[in-house]
Design a protein around this ligand. Sequence first.
Ligand SMILES: Nc1nc2c(c(=O)[nH]1)N[C@H]1C(S)=C(S)[C@@H](COP(=O)(O)OP(=O)(O)OC[C@H]3O[C@@H](n4cnc5c(=O)[nH]c(N)nc54)[C@H](O)[C@@H]3O)O[C@H]1N2
Ligand SMILES: Nc1nc2c(c(=O)[nH]1)N[C@H]1C(S)=C(S)[C@@H](COP(=O)(O)OP(=O)(O)OC[C@H]3O[C@@H](n4cnc5c(=O)[nH]c(N)nc54)[C@H](O)[C@@H]3O)O[C@H]1N2
Ligand code: SF4
Ligand SMILES: [Mo]
Length: 753
Amino acid sequence: MSSTTAPPAGSASDTPAATVDTHCPYCALQCGMGLRPGAEGAAGGVEVVERTAFDVNRGALCGKGRTAPALLSSRVRLTEPLVRRRPGGPLEPAGWEEALDRVAEGLSKVRAAHGPDAVGVFGGGGLTNEKAYLLGKFARLALGTSQIDYNGRFCMSSAAAAHNKAFGLDRGLPFPLADVARTGCVILVGSNLAETMPPALRYLTELRERGGKLIVVDPRRTRTAEQADLHLAPRPGTDLALALGMLHLVVAEGRVDTGFVAARTTGWPEARAAAMAHWPELVERITGVPVPRLREAVALFCDASSSMVLTARGPEQQSKGTDTVGAWINLCLATGRAGRPLSGYGCLTGQGNGQGGREHGQKADQLPGYRRLDDPAAREHVARVWGVDPETLPGPGRSAYELLDALGRDVRALLLTGSNPVVSAPRAAHVEERIASLDFLAVCDVVLSETAALADVVLPVAQWAEETGTTTNLEGRVLLRRRAVAPPPGVRTDLEVLNALAARLGREKGFPTDPEEVFDELRRASAGGPADYSGITYRRIAEEDGVFWPCPEVPAVGEGAEPPLGPVGGTPAPDSSPGLPPGGAPGGTPAPHPGTPRLFLDRFATDDGRARFVPVAHRPSAEEPDAAYPLLLTTGRVLAQYQSGAQTRRVAELNDAAPGPFVQLHPRLAEKVGVAEGEPVAVVSRRGRAVAPARITPDIRPDTVFMPFHWPGAGRANTLTNPALDPTSRMPEFKVCAVRVEAAGEEHGEAAP
Ligand SMILES: Nc1nc2c(c(=O)[nH]1)N[C@H]1C(S)=C(S)[C@@H](COP(=O)(O)OP(=O)(O)OC[C@H]3O[C@@H](n4cnc5c(=O)[nH]c(N)nc54)[C@H](O)[C@@H]3O)O[C@H]1N2
Ligand SMILES: Nc1nc2c(c(=O)[nH]1)N[C@H]1C(S)=C(S)[C@@H](COP(=O)(O)OP(=O)(O)OC[C@H]3O[C@@H](n4cnc5c(=O)[nH]c(N)nc54)[C@H](O)[C@@H]3O)O[C@H]1N2
Ligand code: SF4
Ligand SMILES: [Mo]
């Protein structure tokens, strides 16, 4: 491993700087990279170098990761606080003292007038574990509010809910990515990872080189679908029926693994009955996938000696996302493809810390360690770590969209950090209006995002390469991002901001600014919880290149009379991967817990150790096409832009590659509408109207149009999307709504590429 010593703050050394091992600021793959500070002519003064030793990406990076240092340059970012000194006035530069005073005052005033729950906090799955943890603590302790949630609700919450129901524990992938290359068959449902996690494509290529099969389920023939042995292109919003149809065939063809079902699961009779109501011809009618293709998929999946189902946002971002993922899990359970080596269900988590960000308390119903806020034992444990009476901890609050929808009414002041909902929230025009109606808005960001532009105070914060912190990647592997350069003067870290605000709100103690100190507290708060980090230290992460949770601390012999708290909600299965001895060294200090790369091999994390089938049935999307809105809109991503685009639209190379929104539509539909390639086309839903250039391709179903959601303005996809929520996960239906499409003639959308 190369040297990892970071230069002290502000140091400008003449000697060539050492390479600092760290991870990409963007997606959940958390690719390893090296940073060489002080490189002449390099963007942001930092050069990215290959870090082949980190095995997830072995040095490979996508364009976003490769160009990430460009955002460190002060030309494109905020370097001083901004305040709006009068309502309707401009944002003006201010000193930190004034800005922080204004935030504390803005939040306190609303709290005094309307109670603590009138103050909200909105976080992000890109924030490090330390930030996410401290933000949750800040909301509950310094503000005393229950009203905190975050953008992860828009991301993997349906898969998380389904995971918890079926397995008693939610870790995106229950196995390392490397296992994907070694299984027999992968069904990839609604993931375009060739564009959203390019270095991960290697695992699918290796799979196929070894003779394994790849099935891709996507209404579009994407770059990922092009790799598949079998591409199923269902109508958006019908994955639930598709999975049920496959399970029906599994039963009909006698492919159920009855031994596994009897020994390791509960609830099969009800799930079986539900599946039997979804016979193949009915499923063909609902999904548009022909019965022979369905049979082919079942054969590929079941004939392999091991197989996996991996889902991403396609099936999850639906008002029935939880049931849909449940149906795919049922398929795995019925065929004995779970809790066994090289088999199982996994969710490809999205944001940089999409996994860790959902574990440590920035979620409305959650305490650190993936504990439940309504569990008395969990409240007791965390209150003890925080040194407060459990009675003082607020209860669960609203989910992300419900919180945004309540702004200006029940919730009148908001502290927002790590998200840009003006672009990324469903029914965005409404959300924008709600945000604008707040009594007070404070935003911490790196750049002046569309949401920050509406704030009363904007606090400029440091970013990935300028501060140390941990993230947990999509495999559940806790990683260390290391500080490589000093932040520019005028910029503070999120932890420093929380510390200063807490002090102004009367909490001088309990909000450390040193990330490692925060992490050590997080370890204690998570100890005994489902996501137990207590055995993980910065040192261990550095030495082992990441540690998979759960990883409880093993007490030294004779230490403390109290045994470590048992995990809440079931004991996670011990890892069964080779070469990791679970026991202690004979006669000496006990060996540390090795971490848990593979879950569920011996038992699931439910009380009885068995996985639970869920009896689910197909239901239509919240909005089905009708005469006025005869088509379906689905939304997603392109390779060169990230999320709301706040960061990547400011990187010239990426912006040149993907300069603006577009509407992807089939040639037959384009002809009917009367638009040619590149001409402006209007997409209209019950929420609003968006205009962007047409991109005509046979790679999409003729009944469906697709828009990426990375841009604000006329081409904003989320002007159109439906905030219908999944009843369990509270996930909005980003992936399906009814629209009509019109030629927009002279009407101009975003600049055509
Ligand atoms: N370049 C890039 N990479 C990213 C991100 C980014 O913004 N840009 N964001 C990161 C984050 S946070 C996330 S969550 C991940 C998301 O990663 P993905 O889930 O791969 O991304 P999406 O493009 O949202 O959706 C994937 C596919 O779902 C398909 N789809 C749409 N509707 C349906 C449906 O009803 N059923 C099925 N089966 N499929 C459907 C779309 O056509 C699309 O190809 O990417 C991460 N990586
Ligand atoms: N139509 C449609 N809408 C979607 C989706 C979809 O598929 N379709 N996908 C949804 C999904 S999966 C997601 S994850 C959301 C994401 O959407 P957003 O929540 O808007 O995510 P980002 O654009 O990543 O916003 C992160 C913001 O935090 C800032 N930032 C970066 N690093 C830091 C930091 O360290 N500290 C602070 N304080 N700020 C930082 C960035 O500059 C940026 O402004 O979008 C959702 N919206
Ligand atoms: S795939 Fe994800 S983590 Fe890897 S370089 Fe690209 S954005 Fe970064
Ligand atoms: Mo996401």
